[in-house]
Design a protein around this ligand. Structure first.
Ligand code: BGP
Length: 471
């Protein structure tokens, strides 16, 4: 590896001053201690009890990376590998074991300790309020389908602002809110494992409403920070410029990107999506005043998660009219010949996608302040890349990050308002039903050796990038 001096001489991509270098993670995926110190169950604890076989190698949410116990060591390592910021999430069911009512004082103590430790280390905490982890007591009354849960979420969010807002200046209402809609109500990879488009729409709508209401609550408190949302933006590319392919990709974009992006940033829903929902008879139940709430409480800051593109073509066959309604009634997914793959995860790698997203945000979303809040490369069986000194030689990850950063750099040169880059993720963690199958971290977690942490080659490399503010 090059020395700092060698790297410094050779910087081709210099990033703006105070660029946010760091990584992101979530509570359920890292904390462990799932039934300790008064934490209530969330949907993951419950589902795992019901169906452990749905989780890779049968590993459940109590066996995650033990951040609850080892946060001091982890924050020290963040600092060591050049983090000036890190995104975590608060576990709603740790703070409110039944979703609302009485606050769990042990949770307050834990999050205070984590936040204080980070501030002391010079790693700015970016805090997300919801990362796929509905408290079970709330799911039992319908989760996001039920408007009462929206009110409980706003109470939870407000409590977080009051408890931690003196030190936390970057808040996020949700991470990838479309994923629980897809996983829980369309494609069966999150609890409650339903396939029901009507519910999916209601869940999505209530999530957007909850975000706007939390933003309103945050602004009423007049804390001098920013509040945003983190969205997985998956650009839709048509197979060809044939109008039928283009139309199919525009519809996919309206369902999967603009459904959340437009209301979050512009305060309104995409007309194309509303037209389809009206025509098909799937408009959600709304209350008077909701649309104004959404209109006037848009985000300050946008987190962009980018992993892979979505390639789309016009439908090959007429859909079965008796099949349950799904968004893909309007398009087919397209496998592009010659695409570049991450063979370890089975996802396409298309680095320019990140640039296309940023240009779109600049041109069509008022160039709102944004940052890359997740990007990363999952690798199955990564232990095989560990060398004799015990270091994972993840050159493929370094290359992956570099190739994406080059496009981020180009977007910045062209005037995009991009403030930072966070890798998914800091250390290997528990990834929902995939458990520990795909490793993403700068730091490896050796499950065989009591979750021992060792910095990978990419972590050492990232330290240099952060110190030089470029590479
Ligand atoms: C993102 C989620 C993360 C994480 C990541 C990797 O969509 O925000 O929580 O799960 O995907 O996922 P996987 O392990 O399935 O490759």
């Amino acid at each position: 590896m090059k020395t700092i001096e060698e790297v410094r001489k050779d910087i081709k991509y210099q990033f703006p001053k105070n660029f946010w270098w760091g990584s992101s993670a979530s509570a359920t995926q890292t904390e462990g201690a799932a039934d300790i110190d008064g934490k209530g169950k969330n949907i993951w604890d419950f589902w795992y009890e019901q169906e452990p076989s749905r989780f890779f190698n049968g590993v459940g949410p109590a066996d995650t990376s033990q951040f609850y116990y080892r946060y001091k060591e982890d924050i020290r390592l963040m600092k060591e590998i050049g983090h000036n910021s890190f995104r975590l999430s608060i576990s709603w069911s740790r703070l409110f074991p039944t979703g609302k009512g009485k606050v769990n004082s042990k949770a307050v103590e834990f999050y205070n300790n984590v936040i204080n430790e980070m501030v002391e280390a010079g790693v700015e905490p970016f805090v997300n309020l919801y990362h796929f982890d509905m408290p079970m007591a709330m799911q039992n009354i319908g989760g996001w389908e039920n408007r009462e849960v929206v009110d409980a979420y706003v109470e939870y969010a407000t409590t977080c602002f009051q408890l931690f807002g003196d030190r936390v200046k970057k808040w996020f209402t949700h991470n990838e809110p479309i994923v629980p809609v897809e996983g829980g109500y369309l494609y069966d990879f999150h609890y409650p494992n339903e396939v029901n488009f009507r519910k999916a729409v209601q869940v999505g709508y209530h999530t957007i409403l909850s975000s706007a209401m939390a933003i309103q609550a945050y602004r009423e408190l007049k804390q001098d920070g920013k509040i945003g949302i983190i969205l997985n933006l998956t650009p839709s590319y048509p197979r060809s410029q044939h109008p039928a392919d283009v139309k199919a990709s525009e519809i996919a974009d309206a369902f999967f990107n603009r459904s959340f992006l437009d209301p979050s940033v512009k305060g309104e829903f995409p007309a194309e999506l509303v037209a389809i929902l009206k025509e098909e008879g799937y408009m959600p139940v709304m209350e008077e005043g909701d649309l104004d709430l959404i209109k006037f409480n848009t985000v300050d800051l946008l987190g962009v998660n980018y992993y892979q593109p979505r390639r789309v073509k016009a439908k090959e066959n007429i859909p079965n009219p008796d099949a349950p309604f799904m968004p893909d009634r309007y398009f087919d997914n397209y496998i592009m010949p010659g695409r570049k793959m991450n063979p370890h995860r089975g996802w396409e790698i298309y680095e320019k996608g990140v640039y296309d997203i940023l240009i779109n945000v600049k041109e069509n979303y008022g160039n709102i302040e944004c940052f890359i809040s997740e990007n990363g490369m999952g690798v199955e069986g990564e232990e095989r890349f560990r060398d004799e000194e015990g270091i994972i030689q993840d050159d493929y990850r370094i290359e992956f990050i570099e190739e994406h950063l080059k496009w981020v750099h180009k977007a910045i040169q062209e005037g995009c308002n991009v403030k930072g880059y966070h890798l998914w993720t800091f250390m290997d963690n528990w990834s929902w039903t995939n458990a520990y199958k795909n490793r993403y971290g700068f730091v490896s977690v050796n499950l065989e050796k009591n979750a021992e942490r060792t910095v990978k080659k990419s972590g050492r490399w990232f330290k240099l990038v952060s110190e030089n503010n470029g590479f």
